[in-house]
Write a protein that binds this ligand. Structure first.
Ligand code: F6P
Length: 526
């Protein structure tokens, strides 16, 4: 990236970025600095960019063939690899999981085999959902299932949980979903205390079928079912990779598959999210969610950066990270339903782009993925916004908002509804961070020039949620393509797993060297 012509141009432009604090700085920018897709507006008026910067970013996208790389990924080219080194060496086809609507425009790429695999699993799922609905599948007493406990961690928990919470307003009447992820026994204990086991399905999710936390929790939950006199085969379904250690259909009421070309953190639109979401919010709503994601995948193949929203988000992220040197990105949804969305994006982005070598195995000479974090507004305003407004650290922010609430249950208090109050705060924060405020009192000076964007839609529906998810997934992929890093492996989490297993061996009395671990345990009295 750094030796491209467009990057030199961007460096020149970055010496004097657009000053959002000057008089009338925002005038006329809201209408012109907006890209829209599926009724979702991405407003970047409060970013430190002008048309010259956006043009240079377009050149960077062109020079790095970002869109072509994305299309080739969708077509099944192996994108998960490091040339010349041992690596996963795989295709990256989470987009095929939503390429199931027979809507391929001419000239667009698709991987027919992966699409066929996705369709097969969706068809199996539809049958399963109907059987639960019409009572063909029940508990031993012939009663219908009304709860589901999802057991999984990382990509097998964060995304599905974030989306379920986002769409809980659309829950099937009388149904509930619980989540167990942490190997902390209190996580499972708290859920099992509240769940009606007799009327519960358990959905165990692990792509590898070998994740310590998930296997431990599966056994723990199963022991509770057995203690209650329930046969786990009547209640447990699994989602796993074909031929993984968990691929044992005889053990489960139903087995669904995900594929090695779908990365864990990109798996929400595969069976990983599908089984639970179809149970919790209904099969049709799940398909609406998929449709939203699919529409964004198609938009992501648009060359013009002012029309390709994911690409624009990616490039503005690169401007902030590499040219303006901002280390983090706060995702701030003004929607309680999106309470776990930032946590999901944290994994999706940081596990993907927290890398320091390129796809040829050489060290990169620039920063890659930002630290991603966030909480819903207005709650966050009363917690960490002080730092965002007035500290030395500049934190770029992505605001997310909706014109209408989901439940449409609101009350006018002192002339405005709660939704209006929420929106007033959202817009106020975006402007305030950008423009800042002068004062005679140094303690009341707001420096401004805190870059932020806004993603805004009419209402958080299943389709809009699918779109939001794909906007960020594709943004992350675009950044990886432009940085020339592999966004699809996660070697960085392996070391911790190996070391934890060594310590588990110490606990079980095995003879391992692990001197540091032994001393550490002794200090802690363990
Ligand atoms: O689905 P699995 O194989 O249990 O993996 C769970 C998670 O563990 C990781 O491999 C690393 O934490 C994630 O990438 C993945 O989402």
């Amino acid at each position: 990236m750094k030796n491209s012509k467009s990057y030199s141009l961007l460096e020149e432009l970055a010496a004097n970025p657009y000053d959002l604090t000057q008089a009338k700085a925002l005038e006329g920018r809201f209408a012109s600095m907006k890209a829209s897709v599926m009724g979702i507006d991405y407003v970047y008026a409060c970013q430190r960019v002008n048309d010259d910067v956006v043009d240079a970013l377009q050149k960077l996208a062109d020079e790095t063939a970002a869109v072509s790389q994305f299309s080739r990924m969708m077509g099944g080219e192996k994108m998960n690899k490091i040339d010349g080194f041992e690596c996963e060496d795989r295709q990256v086809l989470h987009t095929a999981m939503r390429d199931v609507f027979d809507d391929l425009p001419e000239g667009f790429l698709s991987d027919t085999e992966a699409v066929a695999g996705a369709k097969t699993e969706i068809a199996k799922l539809k049958v399963f959902c109907d059987e639960i609905e019409n009572g063909a599948i029940t508990n031993a007493k012939g009663e219908k299932f009304k709860e589901m406990i999802l057991v999984g961690i990382g990509g097998s928990d964060l995304g599905p949980r974030a989306v379920y919470l986002a769409l809980k307003a659309f829950a099937v009447e009388g149904r509930k979903v619980h989540f167990i992820s942490n190997v902390d026994p209190d996580d499972a204990a708290a859920v099992l205390k509240d769940a009606d086991l007799e009327r519960s399905l358990v959905c165990v999710i692990s792509k590898s079928g070998s994740t310590l936390e998930t296997l431990t929790n599966e056994t723990l939950v199963a022991s509770n079912f057995e203690a209650a006199g329930l046969n786990t085969k009547d209640h447990f379904v699994c989602v796993t990779g074909k031929d993984s250690p968990m691929d044992n259909p005889a053990k489960y009421l139903r087995s669904f598959y995900m594929f090695d070309y779908v990365g864990g953190r990109y798996s929400v639109t595969s069976m990983v999210g599908a089984v639970m979401l179809s149970f919790g919010i209904g099969f049709d709503n799940f398909m609406g969610f998929l449709r939203g994601a699919r529409k964004i995948d198609l938009n992501s193949q648009e060359r013009d950066v002012r029309k390709n929203v994911s690409l624009l988000m990616a490039l503005i992220g690169i401007w902030n990270r590499n040219l303006l040197d901002h280390e983090t990105l706060a995702v701030l949804p003004y929607s309680q339903a999106l309470s776990r969305f930032a946590a999901h994006l944290q994994q999706c982005d940081m596990e993907s782009n927290g890398k320091r070598i390129n796809r040829q195995g050489e060290a990169v000479d620039f920063a890659t993925g930002p630290i991603v974090w966030g909480e819903p507004g207005t709650n966050g305003q009363h917690a960490f916004y002080q730092l965002i407004h007035q500290s030395e650290t500049v934190v770029p922010c992505d605001f997310i908002g909706f014109a209408k609430s989901q439940y449409q249950k609101d009350l006018d208090v002192k002339g405005t509804s709660s939704q209006q109050k929420l929106l007033a705060n959202l817009i106020a924060q975006s402007i305030g961070l950008a423009t800042g405020k002068t004062s005679e009192n140094p303690n009341q000076v707001f420096p401004g020039n805190r870059p932020n964007s806004m993603l805004f839609a009419e209402q958080l529906t299943p389709e809009v949620m699918g779109a939001l998810l794909a906007l960020y997934e594709n943004k992350i992929a675009f950044q990886g393509f432009i940085w020339n890093i592999n966004s699809f492996d996660q070697e960085g989490v392996q070391l911790g797993k190996v070391l934890a297993n060594e310590i588990i061996d110490i606990f079980t009395g095995k003879d391992v060297e692990a001197i540091n671990a032994k001393e550490y345990l002794k200090t802690l009295g363990l």
